[in-house]
Write a protein that binds this ligand. Structure first.
Ligand SMILES: Nc1nc2c(c(=O)[nH]1)N[C@H]1C(S)=C(S)[C@@H](COP(=O)(O)OP(=O)(O)OC[C@H]3O[C@@H](n4cnc5c(N)ncnc54)[C@H](O)[C@@H]3O)O[C@H]1N2
Ligand code: MOO
Length: 397
């Protein structure tokens, strides 16, 4: 039996980076860059107006109400290089190239048009006003995004603006799920006495999708050692991570531990001082990781978020692999006995955390509305209303 922190350390120490691949930018959301990306040209690549108005030479404006002669027009997409001379103005629009000689753009609202002239109702005018300079966002040759950046929608847009069309990223893992339990019934089938609908595989697949992991497969094994070995062997041969659901406790029909031994996966730890999820087993065979998740649905999901998800994120190159953690005051007093740290399903608001009713490991009802997990180590087994507690935010929050 290991502590929660020991379990996390052992998992992270046994998790290696996956291979890399080249992806188009459009399919790279949620992937992590392997190397720095350099800007192959400056952004903006030309001096750009940030307003609709008039491009002028700012030193022409010596008093409020100065009149300038309009000599041309520059709209966004203008391809010819224009020029502004002293005493002149060029009508200009947002995003258009600023004519040579212009040192400021006066926004339209600060001007009045009188025939061929524009009256500038602004004084003094700063040099560079409303002009985006070449390279103001990023200069040619500079690091546009460093290696290890997790690609978000903003990153996709930024890189496309730099004409980057493919990126080298860490692959996402293939995940195999083994479902055990003779009491389980597939959805759609009639539910007999003593049976429950199999829901862990769909729940785990949903949690994987939230991480952008879509290459998943599910195998079912009846409560039988040989069947469990055959299924585990098949899954371990073609996946980076294998999640087993159920059959990991001490009952006569719990075969997952023995089957892991039979497929020569080395147990790194079995059992964690925690509630729920005590019988969690973590094993490794070469680069393949095995997590035997306790069958109780809430135990399975807590173990997924606290242990599996950090490993998956680390494999994909992420450096912030644990759930985001913060301290919040708890809204209700809570205490527990025993020697196991507790994870409580909870609702976190911007300034408090509410522990939910229904913390039993078979109950998913609380998880269905939770956006956070409260982590209470045994050293904090009595908390009063308002005490600060450690809160782990779930990915959807
Ligand atoms: N004598 C002991 N008994 C148990 C201990 C213990 O230390 N000594 N630990 C308990 C704890 S804690 C947990 S958690 C469970 C874990 O047991 P298993 O991993 O072997 O899980 P199962 O027995 O297969 O199932 C438990 C429970 O969850 C339901 N289940 C399982 N799989 C699914 C699924 N895919 N979809 C929906 N529901 C599922 C199953 O029907 C059971 O009700 O062991 C305790 N016992
Ligand atoms: O892992 Mo168990 O979840 O304490 O029922």
């Amino acid at each position: 039996m290991v502590t929660v922190n020991e379990a996390k350390e052992k998992i992270i120490a046994n998790t290696l980076l996956l291979a890399t691949e080249i992806r188009t930018l459009e399919t790279s959301l949620g992937y992590v860059l392997v190397k720095d990306i350099l800007a192959s040209f400056s952004l903006p690549s030309f001096r750009q107006s940030s307003m609709d108005g008039y491009a002028i030479f700012h030193q022409d404006i010596l008093v409020n109400g100065t009149a300038l002669t309009i000599t041309g027009e520059a709209k966004a997409g203008e391809r010819s290089v224009q020029n502004v001379n002293k005493g002149e103005a060029i009508r200009i629009f947002t995003g258009a190239p600023v004519p040579d000689g212009a040192t400021a753009v006066i926004m339209q609202e600060h001007t009045a048009r009188e025939g061929g002239q524009v009256i500038v109702n602004e004084f003094p005018v700063q040099s560079g006003k409303n002009i985006r300079n070449v390279g103001q966002q990023i200069a040619e040759g500079a690091v546009a995004l460093p290696g290890n950046t997790l690609l978000c929608p903003g990153a996709v847009g930024f890189l496309l603006g730099l004409n980057v069309d493919t990126v080298e990223v860490y692959k996402k893992p293939k995940v195999g799920i083994l479902v055990t339990g003779d009491e389980l019934v597939k959805r759609g089938d009639a539910l007999g006495y003593g049976q429950v609908y199999e829901s862990n595989s769909a729940m785990l697949i949903a949690a994987l999708k939230q991480e952008g992991i879509y290459e998943t497969e599910v195998l079912y094994a009846e409560d039988d050692l040989d069947a469990t070995i055959v299924a585990l062997d098949a899954l371990s041969g073609r996946n980076d991570v294998v999640l087993a659901s159920g059959g990991i406790s001490v009952g006569d029909y719990d075969y997952v531990g023995k089957a892991l031994e039979a497929v020569e996966a080395q147990t790194v730890f079995y059992k964690v001082k925690q509630k729920p999820g005590k019988p969690l087993l973590f094993a490794r065979k070469e680069d393949t990781l095995f997590f035997a998740l306790p069958g109780n649905p809430a135990s399975s999901l807590v173990c997924f978020y606290e242990y599996v998800l950090p490993a998956l994120r680390k494999m994909c190159g992420r450096q912030d692999y644990f759930l985001r953690s913060l301290q919040l005051p708890i809204t209700h007093a809570y205490s527990f006995d025993g020697e196991r740290d507790e994870f409580l399903k909870a609702t976190a608001t911007h300034d408090t955390v509410i522990p939910l009713d229904g913390q039993e490991s078979f109950a998913l009802r609380s998880f269905a509305v939770a956006n956070a997990i409260i982590y209470l180590p045994v050293t904090q087994n009595v908390v009063a209303k308002g005490d600060l507690v450690e809160v782990h935010l779930l990915p959807f929050s």
